[in-house]
Design a binder for this molecule. Structure first.
Ligand SMILES: NC(=O)c1ccc[n+]([C@@H]2O[C@H](COP(=O)([O-])OP(=O)(O)OC[C@H]3O[C@@H](n4cnc5c(N)ncnc54)[C@H](O)[C@@H]3O)[C@@H](O)[C@H]2O)c1
Length: 345
């Protein structure tokens, strides 16, 4: 049995708790939120113990696995305490707020005996997994170009999450808070590192953050990428996250929220030379569905890794690199130049 303690019981913390409830051989046995009422409420729902200080939750002898689901300005301090307590850890994105913090976490988790996963649920969308199987089999050849976008309604986003979500000093804003998702997908699907970036942005006239930005990047091996983020989708429009990947002998178009994927390949798809194209739509909507989705599958994957002693698909290094790319994007916006992405040790 895996015994989980969740720290941070806002929108995302409660989503994790709901998914964990349906997974065999694991139980949310402790929860923590600075807000005592939230801690008590969620504890009652899951028959768990309630804490208001994460250090007390870490002293709970039954907890072997900790979920850090607070806003990002607290990830680093809490992660350090979790590591000191030698627990398995799921940490929400973005991992931390500065290069010093991610490097410190890198150092502290070198040879770490417990398991760590960073929550990039896109990797567990069915469409992404289908696309990855084709890419892995060589159906599109060498990847040359990848384009991706993430668009949502800022007004709705601001109501769902806490006020920190658009506060750049707290790691909020489209670039720092949200674009890590896109960069992780680019790294995962191309299998390449982001080496240099240039960017343009539109500033929100009412607040100090970028509400739209576009970025071009050189990837390792000479491939290129182009991503954009935008917070101006109209209210009630569905979140829009799509990717296109062009290879030397094929292409993939992928819609993560509609879970749609289409592939064309000169070699043939599913290793079938007579089959040039394939499309699939999977009936689930990641994040926003109470019954399925990438977050649910990521949780199932993590619990499976804990039970079977397997390495989780998304390590601390992936979380660190996604952050480091966003910091270079911010630098590129300030300088107006192409900036090298600096990865720490
Ligand atoms: N992986 C994803 O797809 C995804 C999606 C949404 C949010 N997130 C991430 O999840 C995290 C939480 O986001 P959210 O939308 O749930 O935020 P939220 O504002 O809805 O909730 C945060 C909760 O944490 C509590 N909290 C704050 N500091 C705390 C502390 N030191 N100790 C204990 N509790 C504390 C707050 O009281 C609040 O209840 C963020 O890092 C966010 O970026 C990830």
């Amino acid at each position: 049995m895996i015994h989980i303690g969740i720290i941070g019981l806002g929108w995302m913390g409660r989503l994790h708790a709901g998914y964990l409830k349906d997974i065999d051989d694991c139980a949310v046995c402790a929860v923590c939120d600075k807000n005592e009422e939230a801690a008590r409420e969620v504890a009652a729902e899951y028959h768990a113990r309630a804490y208001t200080d994460h250090r007390d939750l870490l002293k709970d002898p039954e907890v072997d696995t900790v979920y850090i689901v607070t806003p990002q300005m607290f990830h680093y301090e809490i992660a350090k305490d979790v590591i000191k307590a030698q627990k398995n850890m799921l940490c929400e994105k973005p991992l931390a707020l500065t290069a010093e913090e991610v490097n410190d976490l890198r150092g502290l988790t070198k040879d770490y005996p417990k398991k760590i996963i960073i929550d990039f649920p896109e990797r567990f969308s069915v469409a992404t997994q289908e696309a990855m199987a084709e890419i892995g089999s060589g159906a599109i050849g060498d990847i040359i170009f990848m384009r991706g976008n993430f668009r949502f309604c800022m007004k709705k986003h601001a109501n769902t999450h806490g006020a920190w979500v658009f506060d750049k000093t707290k790691g909020g804003g489209l670039i720092l808070e949200s674009s890590v998702h896109l960069w992780d997908t680019v790294r995962y699907m191309t299998g390449r590192e982001v080496e240099r970036v240039a960017a343009v942005a539109h500033n929100n006239e009412h607040a100090n953050f970028e509400d739209s930005f576009a970025c071009v990047a050189y990837l390792s091996g000479g491939a290129i990428a182009c991503i954009d983020m935008n917070g101006w989708l109209p209210e009630d429009a569905a979140t829009d996250k799509r990717f296109e990947i062009m290879g030397s002998i094929g292409s993939i178009y992928l819609d993560e929220f509609k879970n749609f994927m289409t592939i064309q390949s000169e070699r043939g798809v599913e290793n079938n030379p007579g089959m040039f194209t394939k499309s699939m739509t999977h009936k689930d909507v990641m994040w926003h569905s109470a019954i399925a989705g990438g977050v649910k599958r990521l949780n199932e994957h993590f619990i499976d890794c804990l039970k079977k002693d397997k390495t989780p698909l998304i390590g601390l290094e992936d979380g660190a690199r996604a952050c480091e790319i966003t910091w270079s994007v911010v630098k590129a916006l300030e300088s107006g130049r192409l900036e090298e992405v600096l990865y720490g040790e």
